[in-house]
Design a protein around this ligand. Sequence first.
Ligand SMILES: [Zn+2]
Length: 177
Amino acid sequence: MINNSLLNRRVLILNQNYQPISVASAKRAIVLMFKDKIEVLENYSDIIHSPTIAMSLPSVIKLNSFVSFKRKNIVLSRRNILKRDDYICQYCGTHSIPMTIDHIIPKRNGGKDTWENLTTACIKCNLKKGSRTPKESKMPLTRKPIKPTVITFFQKFVKKYQDTWRPYLFMDPIEIN
Ligand SMILES: [Zn+2]
């Protein structure tokens, strides 16, 4: 029997021009492979066995033909701010819930509702900071808040098994042979 957890392992899908476009299950990738629609660029070290076949589990695949699509902007929302910040307080690094959204430059100082001015803060830090800037409150941010892209979203899938994804998501330089 094929191990189902392997078939659910995530696979990074690149467009024909190497642009990352999606993350799918290995099962989906294998179907595309048998339909001759993709090229396998990287494999996991795992082998999948069925009664008739044994094959490497794909990790990064590239479509054989170019798919044109429009990149959607990631909507600025409370949920997406929390997701961007991995639900971690950007002032003290705690993971304790519930989390709040803090205006880095307070609204009354002209702080806007933007990706760059909103951050995840635990209740304790939010209360401590009050309506002061990080400088005034001496509470520097651990990370610079940025507007996420679909690439930063895919980067979040990179865990210990996904080292081979890193060059394709601009996290490591691509080796040129
Ligand atoms: Zn905190």
